[in-house]
Design a protein around this ligand. Structure first.
Ligand code: GLN
Length: 484
């Protein structure tokens, strides 16, 4: 019997074509395993069983007829519950969207379907993707599959935990400040935030539109490449899509000899400070060592504005979030029926629906964002933050004159305990100190598990030039081949 935990997108297809199993058998096996396991983890918010089994059967019919198969034919995937899938809920982890049913497919979902994927269900997240632990979900936290007393990271904690516990072969998440890479590191899987503009945001419930990107979670960099290939590309429905995203070198079959020629930068600002735990430092050092032994040239570099990135992000993000979240008036998908009847004023409706619909973290960010955008404060906060953002980006532009890829830790620590930072937003915000600059600069970044670690998973991050996902995934693939 094929073990679900041994399946990758790559070997699943080989087994499917060799008729070792049918797509339907595998999909059914996943659902029975999810029903057994998920009560302990809570990775899923809702399952898509009926449709998924039809999608699996459709893949089997195509195989039987000898028709051409999509690149994801029959592949069981999980999707973060902030992406729209026609006819299904999309709660974004919030009470305010509890009754919402998606009216259309997000472009990324439509592309997965077109490649024949089987969508198992929608996964848990911090409310509106605000958080680093999945504890901000209105529907209860997800547990880290490696240690149920710890968080899986966030905000895409459900997707990371689903892949790490073999409740999906791979998954999609979204990353605004680290929400794919940080949970990938905590759960011991690969997670990539693509270059800004390479995956359509159409149908992704917006957090901060200038930072959000959809990206893959997988067990290997090869699978991440396959999934990214399926969803990338410019889209007429997203004006920030970049035509560059549709081209580029073969991501799934990198030339590993060429990868040995990449110059790797190690930014000093990411390796100092009390915040970096000894486990993470040791893990990342071991990766540097492995790469150096393979003949890869590393170089110390500096990204001097790194220390301003977090403050800058926590002005830009709330500003954009407060404006994006203004659309949720609670009228059409009202969760408190009857509120808008009778003599209720608009203010009454807002107060009741929004006041009880949003949890504490969105409320905090809506208030902060409204403040920094208000007249009189706009220049001092929002405008200033945009200027600092340009400096953070310029640091990377300068660094990339000398190196091809930048290697850093993903998170300062391994997965922390549930509840440990729940009442301390600032401590929680610091979890993303190494991932946020990448979003501010719009660059691709991938989190890859450090191998041979005892204890909790540790990830390392590879940051690439814009639209050079091939470099970071290719170097990651080389690392995976070196430590096998
Ligand atoms: N943890 C960060 C935040 O709370 C990043 C979130 C994300 O990437 N969606 O904003």
């Amino acid at each position: 019997m094929t073990l679900l935990r041994d399946l990758t997108i790559k070997n699943f297809r080989e087994g499917l074509l060799a008729k070792k199993y049918s797509a339907l058998e595998i999909a059914q096996a996943f659902f029975s395993y999810i029903k057994d396991t998920d009560p302990k983890i809570h990775a899923y918010l809702n399952l898509n069983e009926k449709e998924a089994l039809q999608q699996a059967e459709a893949a089997d019919v195509k195989i039987a007829k000898g028709e051409e198969l999509g690149t994801l034919a029959g592949v069981p995937l999980a999707i973060k519950d902030n992406m729209l899938m026609k006819g299904s809920p999309a709660t974004a982890g919030s009470r305010i969207l509890e009754r919402y049913i998606s009216a259309y497919d997000a472009t990324a979902i439509a592309k997965l379907k077109a490649e024949g994927a089987v969508i198992l269900g929608k996964t848990n997240l911090d409310e509106f993707a605000m958080g680093s632990s999945t504890e901000n979900s209105a529907f209860g936290p997800t547990k880290n599959p490696h240690d149920h007393s710890r968080v899986p990271g966030g905000s895409s904690g459900g997707s990371a935990a689903a892949v790490a516990s073999s409740m999906a072969i791979a998954a999609l998440g979204s990353d605004t400040g680290g929400s794919i890479r940080q949970p990938a590191a905590f759960c011991g899987v690969v997670g990539m935030k693509p270059t800004y503009g390479s995956v359509s945001r159409f149908g992704l419930i917006a957090l901060a539109s200038s930072l959000d990107q959809i990206g893959p979670f997988a067990r290997t960099t090869e699978d991440a490449a396959i999934l990214f290939n399926a969803i990338r590309g410019a889209d007429p429905m997203d004006a920030t899509g970049d035509p560059n995203a549709s081209y580029g070198p073969d991501l799934t079959n990198p030339d590993l000899t060429a990868m040995r020629g990449l110059r790797v930068g190690l930014p000093e600002e990411y390796f100092v400070g009390d915040g970096l735990s000894s486990e993470v430092a040791a893990g990342v050092d071991s990766v540097v060592d492995t790469l150096q032994r393979a003949g890869i040239k590393t170089k110390k570099i500096s990204l001097p504005h790194t220390k301003y990135a977090l403050s800058c992000y926590y002005i830009i993000l709330p500003a954009e979030a407060s404006s994006n979240l203004a659309r949720f008036d609670g009228i059409r998908f009202a969760r408190i029926p009857g509120v808008q009847d009778g003599n209720a004023t608009l203010a009454d409706i807002y107060q009741k629906q929004r006041g009880t619909g949003f949890g504490p973290e969105p409320t905090r960010r809506i208030i902060l964002g409204t403040f920094v955008l208000s007249s009189g404060h706009y220049d001092a906060y929002y405008d200033k933050a945009q200027r600092v953002r340009a400096l953070v980006k310029r640091d990377f532009d300068e660094a990339f004159k000398d190196v091809d890829v930048i290697l850093t830790p993903v998170t300062p620590t391994t997965a922390f305990k549930l509840g440990e930072k729940a009442d301390d937003p600032l401590a929680m915000y610091l979890s993303d100190i190494f991932t946020i600059p990448v979003n501010l600069a719009g660059l691709p970044g991938v989190s890859i598990p450090v191998r041979n670690i005892s204890g909790l998973p540790v990830g390392f991050q590879l940051i690439g030039k814009p639209f050079r996902e091939a470099d970071i995934l290719g170097l990651g693939r080389l690392y995976e081949s070196l430590i096998r």
